[in-house]
Design a protein. Structure first.
Length: 144
């Protein structure tokens, strides 16, 4: 039997999750990386994407969309500090498309460098949310 580690997701609003896990795949700033018990210590930025929580047979148990933040990994624990986190199966098509439209609109009217950077970041997050929902719906045999 494989060892488990403590996996936590924390947002500014709440402790979203705290549970034992076999394997977690995280959208790191430099690419996706998997975490198992005994992992070498690392600190990584997050990019907008999906955290996959898997069992020892690599079956996906849950998917969590995260926007931005950090992941701290030690041999015994993985803590994700996310600006925003939500279960992919709770994202609605209307919500994701409205967010994408708002991000596009914000980018069009961005009149300073700082505002443009913020709008580009929001656009990347909105696109990642739509991609996460598309992949989830495809895995469930649904499409929009």
């Amino acid at each position: 039997m494989t060892e488990k580690f403590l996996f936590e997701i924390v947002t500014p609003a709440q402790m979203m999750r705290s549970e034992e896990a076999d394997l977690v795949v995280i959208p790191g700033g430099g690419g996706n990386f998997g975490v198992l018990a005994g992992h070498a210590p690392i600190l990584s930025t997050l990019r907008p994407g999906v955290i996959e929580i898997m069992d020892k047979n690599l079956k996906v148990l849950d998917q969590i969309f995260v926007e931005q933040g950090f992941a701290e990994v030690t041999p015994e624990r993985c803590t994700v500090l996310a600006e925003e986190a939500m279960r992919v199966d709770e994202i609605t098509r209307d919500e994701s498309e409205a967010r994408l439209k708002h991000a596009h609109d914000s980018l069009l009217v961005a009149d300073t460098f700082g505002v443009r950077l913020g709008a580009e970041r929001e656009l990347r997050a909105a696109e990642a949310m739509c991609e996460a929902l598309d992949a989830y719906e495809a895995s469930q045999g649904r499409s929009h």
